[in-house]
Ligand binder design. Structure first.
Ligand code: UD1
Length: 422
């Protein structure tokens, strides 16, 4: 296992320009969608991330030919002949479950390992299974695997109790080839789902209500391959904005989509940062000390749970007290004990963190067990006094492309040290 670490010497304000990469979560939805029609696909603006290679590996195991050239990925699904996602792959990345809908819709069979819990707690996939069942698949759970079978899926009305990005994506990919009409109520409206729906339309799907919580799909008999450019990664962009706010910096983000970041931008403005933006850029200028601002995560367009950890780092050095609640993932607070090791004053009560801003964090060795928590520790390291070591950055490599290089180009003192077991 890659056990690289980052060494950060805190204290520098971020300055300069950074280019945002393509969206990890959009790419993870669009790549499995290629199973829906045989042929050649070309995706550009693809981020270079561990999660993308994990998805590539999974698709290759099914017979997809994949070629990578810079930020372009070419997929050829002509030879797909295996309809299984084994435990060894799914346990590396939960988004592997996205192959369930396309496989059963196109090939009438899918065997996909149940993902199990994740680093910060339970993450069920019941809505994915119920949705696909409603479309007429026979589903059995056997030895930790979901086994789904159907001659041809049939359109149905599916009303999700909870808004779920993954379940909406999975059901949508299944419904496009089902016979008849499917209506998805309480559908997720995250930009990554909109990107998926728009790609499916390019492939020939009939979808109405894209970008709304009420999606209707008129199934078609067959789809065709298509090409796509990935939307910008809103969480990478958000992480850089918070990094600027933490360090009293002044940076410009290129190739991002400000309209996907409205709730974060509003909150950053409340902390005293000044933001300007155009179609695909954002400029942020932040005060030396941010003001404390409460945040509760919510489904899009609310404040993203994927930005909660980074926000907590910002609040750790803010002037005043704040309350940060995660209403999407109640247990997603593995970063709190580590932030406390850096000198933060945070008390956790269930899914709410009560933060009292401190004047100065102090460098220490820290590590975390998930992607965004690790990002929050890197950000905290940027303002901590002295040396911070963030261990096990393979979590970061899942979702941030060359994070240390991008931060370095903005003036941070950060380097990667090749890992061995510590
Ligand atoms: C996606 C994102 C992840 C983000 C999350 C919430 C990808 C690859 N990952 O994850 O980065 O943090 O959205 O924005 O796009 N739920 C159920 N049953 C299910 C599915 C979900 O109860 O079958 C619940 C979850 O426990 C959670 C809520 O629904 O409380 C939202 O989760 P969901 O939107 O499904 O997250 P993911 O798609 O897994």
């Amino acid at each position: 296992m890659n056990l690289d670490k980052f060494i950060i010497n805190g204290g520098n304000s971020l300055k300069g320009t950074v280019t945002i990469g393509g969206s990890k979560n959009a790419a993870l939805a669009l790549m499995p969608a290629t199973l829906l029609a045989s042929g050649k696909y070309q995706f550009s603006n693809m981020p270079e991330l561990k999660d993308i290679s994990t998805m590539s590996r999974l698709l290759e195991m099914m017979g997809v030919d994949i070629e990578k050239k810079g930020d372009e990925v070419r997929l050829n699904t002509f030879r797909v002949n295996k309809f299984e996602a084994p435990y060894e792959q799914v346990k590396k990345m939960r988004a592997s479950i996205y192959v369930l809908g396309p496989l059963v819709a196109r090939y009438g069979y899918a065997k996909v390992s149940l993902p199990g819990g994740c680093a910060w707690g339970p993450r069920p996939v019941n809505l994915h299974i119920e949705g696909i069942k409603k479309l007429g698949a026979k589903i059995e759970i056997n030895q930790g695997y979901i086994i789904a079978e159907a001659k041809r899926l049939k359109g149905a009305r599916i009303s999700f109790d909870v808004s779920s990005v993954g379940a909406t994506g999975n059901v949508l990919m299944a419904a496009v080839l089902a016979k008849g009409m499917t209506v998805i109520e309480n559908a997720a409206i995250e930009p990554e789902i909109t990107a998926l729906a728009e790609f499916l339309v390019k492939m020939g799907a009939h979808i109405d209500g894209i970008g709304t919580t009420h999606i209707s799909v008129e199934g078609v008999d067959a789809l065709q391959p298509a090409n796509e450019t990935m939307i910008p990664d809103r969480i990478e962009a958000g992480t850089f904005l918070v990094a600027a706010a933490l360090t009293g910096g002044q940076i410009r983000l290129e190739k991002c989509n400000p309209s996907h970041l409205t709730s974060l931008i509003t909150k950053l403005e409340e902390t005293g940062s000044k933001l300007q933006m155009g179609d695909n850029w954002i400029k942020i200028k932040s005060p030396k000390i941010p003001k404390a601002v409460d945040v509760t995560t919510a489904v899009y367009p609310g404040f993203p749970t994927d930005m909660q950890a980074q926000w907590l780092s910002l609040m750790s050095v803010a002037k005043g007290a704040s309350v940060v609640t995660d209403a999407i993932y109640f247990d997603r607070f593995k970063h709190v004990p580590e932030l406390i090791r850096l000198g933060a004053n945070v008390e956790l009560n269930r899914n709410t963190a009560f933060v009292k801003g401190v004047k100065q964090l102090k460098g220490a060795k820290v590590m975390s067990t998930d992607l965004r928590a690790s990002a929050s520790l890197v950000l905290a390291g940027l303002v901590a006094d002295g040396k911070t070591e963030v261990l096990r950055v393979y979590h970061l490599d899942r979702g941030y492309e060359r994070l240390e290089k991008k931060l370095k180009s903005l003036g941070a003192k950060i380097c990667r040290v090749a890992g061995k077991e510590y």
